[in-house]
Design a binder for this molecule. Structure first.
Ligand SMILES: C[S@@+](CC[C@H](N)C(=O)[O-])C[C@H]1O[C@@H](n2cnc3c(N)ncnc32)[C@H](O)[C@@H]1O
Length: 233
């Protein structure tokens, strides 16, 4: 197994161990940047699209799927972490199944669709992004959009060199409630745009939601459409 494969499997193992702590943190509104701006930002980005079928890829405990269902979207949520899919099903609002990104890369039709919108909200944590974007792009309607929200590349400036590479999230801000640290792949703005282009997608809109208290970017939010290569698939 390559180092990258090893880290990718550690990511999923960490979510399995952290599923209950994560569910509490989300449902009790204990992630300040989400409450202050990023939840609203992703909802607003999806609301710009016509009501239709949405895939929430890496849906976690399902908050976004539930919110979109109440607004008339028809949502399918998938996630590699069975414990989180179980928690999502408890509250309903969407159809949830256990499915890993790796399964979608191997067989894109497993993701269902075609979809009006595919959302990846803070769910792209590994190194191999282009193959997943390419596979998901093939599950979009011709006029559909893939909407990705992620950690803003500049939020990590000063912590380490500004270059793509693996880092570790310890979840220390939650006072020891999360049992497992999580490896995640930090990506520069240049790195994100290169992966998107390799995945055959085109950025329609780039947004940088700002945290109202700090004035700093809270996330990077990209809305993408299929490029010419994707459209022929
Ligand atoms: C930070 S959480 C975000 C969850 C949700 N999108 C939200 O906004 O609350 C990251 C999610 O990505 C999922 N994930 C990580 N790696 C995955 C993979 N390889 N395939 C599918 N889901 C994955 C995790 O299980 C977890 O639910």
């Amino acid at each position: 197994m390559s180092e990258s494969d090893h880290r990718e499997s550690e990511i999923v193992q960490s979510w399995s161990a952290n599923a209950n702590a994560w569910t509490r943190a989300v449902r009790e509104g204990r992630i300040p940047s989400r409450v202050a701006s990023t939840d609203q930002a992703i909802l607003d980005a999806v609301r710009r699209r016509t009501r239709g079928r949405v895939l929430d890829a890496g849906c976690g405990e399902g908050w976004l799927a539930r919110a979109l269902e109440t607004e008339g979207f028809e949502v399918v949520g998938i996630d590699a972490t069975e414990e989180l899919i179980t928690r999502a099903r408890e509250l309903g609002g969407g159809v949830f199944s256990t499915l890993a990104f790796e399964d979608i890369i191997a067989a894109p039709k497993a993701a269902g669709g075609p979809y009006e919108v595919i959302v990846l909200n803070f769910a792209l944590l590994g190194e191999r992004v282009a193959p997943l974007l390419s596979a998901l792009g093939s599950r979009l309607r011709p006029d559909g959009r893939l909407i990705l929200q992620t950690v803003h590349p500049w939020s990590g400036v000063g912590e380490a060199a500004y270059r793509d590479g693996w880092r570790v999230e310890t979840f220390d801000a939650f006072g020891g409630e999360f049992p497992a640290p999580m490896p995640w792949f930090f990506r520069t703005m240049e790195g994100w745009l290169a992966e998107i282009s390799t995945g055959g997608l085109i950025v329609d809109r780039l947004e940088e939601p700002v945290h109202p208290d700090t004035g700093l970017p809270a996330s990077l939010l990209l809305t993408m459409r299929r490029g010419a290569r994707q459209s022929r698939r």
